[in-house]
Design a protein around this ligand. Structure first.
Ligand code: F0G
Length: 462
């Protein structure tokens, strides 16, 4: 991929320390995946060669972040690192108040319990697994209001993360604005393939929500990456910095939950941030019960320092050029092999379209789960299912949800793998694609109650 001036990108860093990888034999992988119940979440990482399970907590930290760890002020209360993080969040995201949490779902828990009442509806630009579960556990019902294009892997829409204002308005008219405490707005929508929303769409949403007294709560997990896409694709933003775009986004929202394990280049951490003092006071009080004191929220002081530094690095143009550039490199290669992937190429991962990849498998045979297991078997590459298993069951009917998107996610950790690793990945996927006709499905033999994709076990169908 070329940058805006038509030049190639390169990693804006050099490598100071390495971690050796272990290659396995086909026999070892056969054994490992059987032991793991054909669920890549249950593999041991020592049995994985290239780990594309997630971009969550898997980034390589910079020397400055590691140095930050040494600056940890491990005071129980009032750690200096908390104030450094608070300053960075106020500067870059612009929210007034901050409550650190151990990771994103800790923040989702606080926010859902505070803002949602039994019987409420929470519209969102597609669901995320933990986000929706916390909404449901607080007595709410999630309603998908993303544009239709997001559910179509072949659609080329440049902003597939956009909210469909008509869908939102239909909901609001049906249930009343007082039953809609907020809209949950995610940047670079994970389940849609890392697809951004546009500033124009957010501006319209903001006007709508102002009028109806509905809050906009941002899932800020990958919003810096979203800002990169706005700069790249949206008219009028080519000369605006990622930092300024990020602020413009946040200024139109009322608060955010954050999994810092993504954009912010740390191995653990998250936060809840907002501008409303009452909401903040409730979150600050609740965090003491569930996470830890309000100046550490389940983190060590050093984790907060690494997060503050990660934020400064994450908004750099050259960082995002290389980060998203690598994703595009892999996606472009896969396209050249004819492999069906979600269009356009998104922020953090390449999503294989498992329905197209394995058209002979019914969705009840878990094509994406099957494909992830096959990829592991081929060359030890670990991916993640994002389809029928992740979607879970409808709480009312108990039936599998059978989502339109049945995907396998090849997720790129930030600053970890090289272009040569991407070549190996692309060759392996192409190899599996060549013998796709021989691939059979899976049946689920163990199903946990919550977030089943993490721990479910499978067996090959006969
Ligand atoms: N929101 C989004 C958009 C996410 O992608 C995640 C996590 C969370 C919230 C929850 O944050 O894991 O820190 O508790 N996504 C990871 C992934 C797990 O692999 O996509 P968390």
């Amino acid at each position: 991929m070329k940058d805006q001036r038509g030049h190639s990108w390169a990693e804006p860093y050099k490598i100071k320390m390495v971690e050796l990888l272990r290659m396995t034999t086909r026999e070892e992988r056969d054994h490992a995946i059987r032991e793991a119940g054909y669920n890549t979440f249950l593999l041991r990482s020592r049995d994985v060669y290239i780990d594309l399970l997630t971009d969550s907590g898997t980034s390589a930290m910079s020397d400055r972040q590691w140095a930050g760890l040494m600056m940890g002020d491990e005071a129980y209360a009032g750690s200096e690192n908390f104030y450094n993080l608070l300053g960075a969040v106020q500067e870059y995201y612009g929210y007034k108040y901050l409550v650190p949490t151990h990771q994103g779902r800790g923040a989702e828990h606080l926010m859902s319990q505070i803002l949602i009442k039994e019987g409420d509806y929470i519209p969102g630009n597609m669901y995320f697994t933990t986000t929706r579960l916390h909404q449901e556990m607080a007595g709410g019902t999630f309603v998908d209001v993303i544009i239709d294009e997001a559910h179509d892997p072949a659609s080329d829409h440049p902003f597939k993360g956009n909210v469909d204002l008509e869908k939102l308005d239909r909901l609001v008219r049906e249930v009343g604005a007082d039953k809609v405490p907020y809209i949950s707005l995610e940047g670079c929508v994970n389940m849609a393939g890392g697809q951004p929303f546009s500033m124009a769409n957010l501006r319209e949403l903001h006007a709508y929500c102002r009028k109806h007294g509905i809050r906009i709560m941002l899932d800020a997990t990958r919003t810096i990456e979203n800002a990169w896409f706005i700069r790249r694709r949206e008219e009028g933003y080519a000369d605006t910095s990622i930092k300024d775009i990020l602020r413009e986004i946040c200024d139109m929202t009322d608060g955010a939950t954050m999994s810092a394990k993504k954009d912010l280049l740390v191995n653990i951490g998250g936060f809840f941030a907002c501008n409303d003092e009452d909401v903040f006071l409730k979150a600050q009080n609740m965090v003491v019960v569930y996470e830890g004191l309000h100046t550490y929220g389940g983190l060590a002081g050093r984790d907060m320092e690494a997060m503050a530094q990660g934020l400064r690095e994450a908004v750099l143009q050259e960082h995002q050029d290389a980060r998203i550039g690598q994703v595009r490199y892999l996606g472009t290669k896969l396209r050249q092999y004819g492999v069906p992937i979600v269009c356009p190429i998104g922020s953090h991962a390449i999503f294989l379209d498992a329905k197209k990849f394995l058209p002979h498998l019914d969705q009840n045979l878990f094509p994406a789960q099957t494909l992830a297991a096959e990829l592991y078997l081929d060359a030890g590459i670990r991916a993640m299912e994002r389809g029928n298993v992740s979607a879970g069951r409808d709480p009312l009917t108990g039936e599998n949800r059978r989502p339109p998107l049945e995907l396998v996610r090849l997720t790129l950790p930030r600053r970890v793998y090289t272009q040569a690793h991407m070549d190996v990945v692309a060759e392996s996927v192409a190899n599996v694609y060549e013998h796709r006709d021989t691939i059979r499905g899976l049946k689920m033999v163990y199903e946990p109650d919550y977030l089943r994709f993490f721990q479910a076990r499978f067996e090959p169908v006969k």
